[in-house]
Design a protein around this ligand. Structure first.
Ligand code: PA5
Length: 444
């Protein structure tokens, strides 16, 4: 099996190996808390053993539902936000063509909604769907999250107008909690096909449940291979034969303790843009608590070297980089020779684009490390379902360990409620009368 690697040599100008090793007891303790369930947030550890518990029967059932949606729809809209959206989006974008949206659909296109409250976004999506055969996967653990609830109400009405309520019901799949929640009630009433998000798996750790697996399968990717990759990483992480998650968690905490408060996840492949968005949620929501935590951000190189490159090279030295370094690209394309050579590129004529990209990556690493930006690399042998499965579990395990090293509960997200309370008060949601009065007094 081709496995991911973590390389940390280029952090050693900022922290010593002894600094990193000094966190080894805390790292091991964090891993033990994940396996024994003795740490904060231990009611949300279902993801730890999830990969080996996903049965072939469940994967086959998800594939059968995906095949039925593909057979009956030109487009499937996956509705969800946060953890109910980013994992599927990340994996699909990593695996599909950069131009999938503009190519004739092979089977069925997966689009996303409910991840914003953009009126234009929804109106334009409605217009796009007006002459299409479409289906809906509505994903919400609580079933009451405002953004997906609005999108589902609108698209469900459109689908029912197109097909009638009964036929529409055959093209709607709900992914929600086992028993409680508004979406579960609606799905039971309407007879939608449903899948369960386990109670002990939080949203941002749910990509390997039907939350991620169903949209990924609809997009035509191999969910067996994805889960196999994750299961291999889970087994090796939990039995101690693979210490990559510990290495990453300890190194980033050592950097944080030395004043490097911002971690930039870097990619050199545009297909990984949304993997970084998923990672930002995973680490931001897990660690940003009690007025501490590394601020996770991301850039796409070389694109952003022409915008953020200056800041990274010369700005405040509070950052470190973690580079997703992909060893092999799927296609082979060489730079042509040009007689006139007006652009001066003949010195690299005949070279693969990927070779140039790799030299850009190496040159940037050398420059940034020289400029005082510690650099870690997560080396991916390729972008495939199996490797992405490994990477997902690696990041999840490292996140849990890292949160415990930091001393926070990595599995709650109390801070996300504050804006919701204000929004509900401003919209005069029943039950928020006192908050409405208070906010009105504040605004004058
Ligand atoms: O990680 C989380 O818990 C959140 O991002 C949720 O996934 C997100 O708010 C969506 O919640 P729900 O699935 O209940 O609609």
């Amino acid at each position: 099996m081709k496995t991911i690697q973590v390389v940390t040599n280029d952090v050693l100008g900022a922290v010593s190996q002894a600094d990193i090793d000094s966190l080894s007891a805390a790292g091991k303790d964090g891993l033990a808390k994940l396996t024994n369930g003795t740490g904060l947030g231990n009611d949300f550890l279902g993801w730890v053993t999830l990969p080996k518990e996903i049965t072939p029967a469940l994967l086959d059932d998800i594939n059968a539902t995906a095949a039925s949606l593909r057979d009956n729809c030109d487009v499937v809209v996956a509705i969800g936000i946060g953890g109910s959206y980013l994992g599927a989006k990340a994996v699909i974008e990593a695996l599909q063509s950069n131009f999938a949206a503009f190519e004739p659909a092979k089977g069925c296109r997966v689009l996303f909604a409910g991840q914003n409250i953009g009126e234009d976004y929804l109106a334009e999506l409605q217009a796009y769907l007006s002459d299409k055969k479409f289906g809906i996967i509505v994903i919400s653990k609580s079933g009451t999250t405002t953004e997906p609830a609005i999108a589902f109400r609108i698209l469900r009405e459109q689908l029912e107008k197109q097909l009638g309520r009964e036929e529409a019901g055959k093209r709607i799949v709900a992914v929600t909690d086992a028993a409680r929640g508004a979406l579960r009630t609606l799905a039971n009433t309407e007879g939608y096909k449903t899948y369960v998000i386990p109670d002990n798996v939080g949203g941002r750790f749910s990509v390997l449940t039907p939350v991620g697996l169903l949209p990924i399968a609809v997009a035509g990717f191999d969910i067996h291979a994805l889960v196999e990759g994750a299961a291999a990483m889970a087994k090796a992480t939990l039995d101690g034969s693979n210490t990559l998650a510990l290495k990453y968690a300890q190194t980033r905490n050592a950097l944080y303790n030395s004043g490097k408060k911002i971690e930039i996840l870097v990619n050199y492949n545009p297909k990984l843009h949304f993997l970084a968005e998923w990672w930002k949620q995973l680490y931001g929501e897990s660690e940003g608590k009690d007025h501490k935590g590394i601020f996770p951000t991301a850039v796409d190189f070389t694109t952003d070297l022409h915008s953020m490159g200056q800041w990274i090279q010369d700005g405040e030295r509070s950052i470190f980089e973690t580079v997703l370094s992909v060893e092999s690209s799927e296609n082979e394309l060489r730079i042509p020779f040009d007689e006139a050579n007006l652009d001066g590129l003949n010195y690299i004529a005949g070279k693969r684009i990927d070779e140039v990209n790799k030299m850009a990556e190496l040159g940037t690493r050398l420059a940034h490390v020289d400029g005082g930006v510690p650099n870690m690399r997560i080396v991916l042998p390729e972008i495939s379902e199996n490797v992405l499965g490994q990477l997902i579990y690696f990041f999840e395990a490292a996140c849990g360990i890292s949160g415990y090293i930091l001393g926070v509960n990595p599995f709650n997200q109390p801070g996300v409620e504050a804006y919701k309370k204000n929004m509900f008060a401003l919209l005069e949601k029943p039950g928020y009368e006192e908050a409405t009065a208070a906010i009105r007094a504040k605004l004058g």
